[in-house]
Design a binder for this molecule. Structure first.
Ligand code: BG6
Length: 511
């Protein structure tokens, strides 16, 4: 197979990480930068400045990061490189420096300005800066205000670029997301803001568009005339881990749906864009979000895990996790039925579900096509037609499978459902990738295609807001309502069963 054309290194720039001592920096951002370095995609002139409140020296910071990389290697994992290339790692940490500072203090931003100026003079970064807000969301607005007040967002009439990556959660509700957008847009242009959703950094999520639009045979059947239903599942085996405090405030709906699950949904449902220009693609995705009516409470199911066993290991109930209230109403599972009021999709239900502590780590998008008429088989033993499913599997093994029916060999007429499958791993070598590489690189080269625009974020919140409000107003009576290690609450099964006798696909059905 021909190798993919190689991407070029990004142009000169400095990257500033606020929250340099945090988990995100250590576990994802720095490993992603390392992977970019080994792929020769980091700028030749590159400097990384970590800002945080902890009292660390640059050497101590580097040492902490090196220890983290070593522990990754020791832990293995599907995307972990087998060994560290010392020249790439030394090159990367050699270009790092640490600035101790409180995010609330103007002095921090003044000092940062001095460091950036020196970097520009000595390290030829061209004055270009990518600010990465790897901090708790309450700091997003204040840090951006201070960046701007210190003159650090100024692009000097296009002589240099200044961009800001904002992590999730982007707001907690429609109102707070709007307020945050307004605050950022007071001091930055929309094209300087890169709202990250790490699901868009996953290779298989990006490939959905290619699969749809590079294969002519999908388009004629990709609509309400042929599609019966779409199911999107993001099942996790992890519980809330050490994030009890965050989860108590957030819950599964806020944490996963308006961002990650909606990204998957828009990739499936969007119209073909006229080009791969960032706004051409984002316009079509925004169209989908705008065509989804607000979710209704009777099409939403919430769940919370009780005690159980996940992959052979005992798991405590959510209410006994650290930092969780023993009477918590936070949901760890959500299922929703949505409709898209568009010419293409009117009447096709989109069922979404996601949960923690479930039976298997499994992310898939499954499209069920309308059944063929049974009439032709009258007079035979065939009394049932299994539907055709097209399944795009995202995690853990990426691939596609198609389920169809064949005749069972023999003298009678009998059908059997079979599958034809493609697995990425059978065709392409695995690559060390934590999911942030493409996103950071794209921000460096100014390509916002894989980032959320203000209108998309707000549209996502608008859809889920009635459910958030309804759930906040009424405590769940039946929590915990699913056992850890199961496939979710019974009410989620009823949601589909009451809707034309449908049922969820089994979680972990291999392609
Ligand atoms: C994060 C959520 O955004 O995505 C987590 O906050 C969730 O709760 C995670 O576990 C899932 O991402 P991935 O890449 O592990 O599937």
């Amino acid at each position: 197979m021909e190798p993919a054309p190689e991407a070029k290194p990004a142009g000169p720039c400095a990257m500033v990480i606020f929250g340099a001592g945090g988990d995100l920096t250590k576990r994802l951002v720095v490993p992603a930068l390392y992977n970019l370095a080994t792929s020769k995609l980091l700028p030749k002139d590159f400097v990384l400045i970590g800002v945080d409140v902890a009292d660390l020296t640059t050497d101590q910071w580097r040492e902490n990061l090196s220890k983290m990389m070593q522990s990754f290697l020791a832990g293995g994992g599907e995307f972990t490189p087998e060994s560290i290339d010392p020249s790439a790692w030394d090159g990367l940490i050699g270009n790092m420096s640490y600035l101790r500072g409180d995010f609330a203090d103007d002095g921090t931003f003044k000092k940062l300005g001095d460091v950036l100026q020196k970097t520009e003079d000595d390290r030829h970064t061209g004055g270009n800066v990518l600010f990465y807000l790897a901090v708790a969301d309450r700091f997003f607005g204040p840090v951006v205000d201070k960046i701007a007040a210190a003159g650090l967002a100024d692009e000097q009439d296009g002589k240099r670029w200044r961009r800001v990556i904002v992590e999730k959660p982007f707001g907690h509700s429609l109102e707070s997301a709007k307020a945050l957008n307004q605050r950022l847009l007071k001091v930055l242009r929309e094209d300087q803001i890169y709202r990250i959703d790490h699901f868009l950094g996953k290779e298989t999520v990006q490939s959905i568009m290619a699969i749809r639009f590079a294969n002519g045979f999908f388009e004629p059947i990709w609509n309400r005339d042929h599609v019966d239903q779409v199911q999107i599942t993001v099942a996790e085996t992890v519980g809330v881990e050490r994030r009890g405090k965050f989860y108590e405030q957030t819950g599964a709906l806020r944490d996963m749906v308006p961002n990650h699950l909606f990204q998957l949904l828009t990739m499936i449902a969007m119209e073909p864009p006229t080009s791969f220009d960032p706004d051409a693609v984002r316009d079509r995705k925004a169209d989908v979000m705008k065509a989804i009516p607000p979710a209704s409470l009777d099409c939403a199911v919430r769940g919370q895990y009780g005690r159980g066993e996940v992959e052979g290991h005992p798991v405590v109930d959510y209410r006994h996790e650290p930092d969780v209230s023993p009477t918590s109403s936070a949901e760890t599972y959500v299922a929703l039925k949505l409709e898209i009021d568009s010419w293409r999709w009117a009447g096709v239900p989109f069922y979404l579900r996601t949960g923690k502590s479930m039976s298997k780590r499994w992310t898939e998008i499954a499209i069920q096509f309308r059944r063929a008429p049974l009439s032709i088989f009258q007079g035979t033993d065939v009394s049932h037609m299994a539907p055709n499913w097209l399944v795009l599997q995202i995690q853990p093994d990426e691939g596609i499978s198609f389920q169809f029916q064949v005749k069972r060999p023999g003298q009678t007429v009998a059908l059997a459902p079979v599958k034809s499958s493609f697995a990425y791993k059978d065709w392409f070598p695995p690559s060390a990738n934590v999911g942030y590489e493409t996103l950071i690189y794209d921000c460096m080269i100014g390509d916002a295609t894989l980032f959320q625009r203000a209108d998309m974020v707000e549209a996502g919140w608008r859809i889920v807001q009635p459910v958030l409000d309804g759930w906040a107003a009424e405590k769940p009576a039946d929590f915990p309502n699913y056992a850890a290690g199961s496939s979710g609450p019974k009410a989620a099964d009823d949601l589909l069963a009451n809707d034309g006798e449908r049922s969820w696909r089994p979680i972990g059905n291999p392609i």
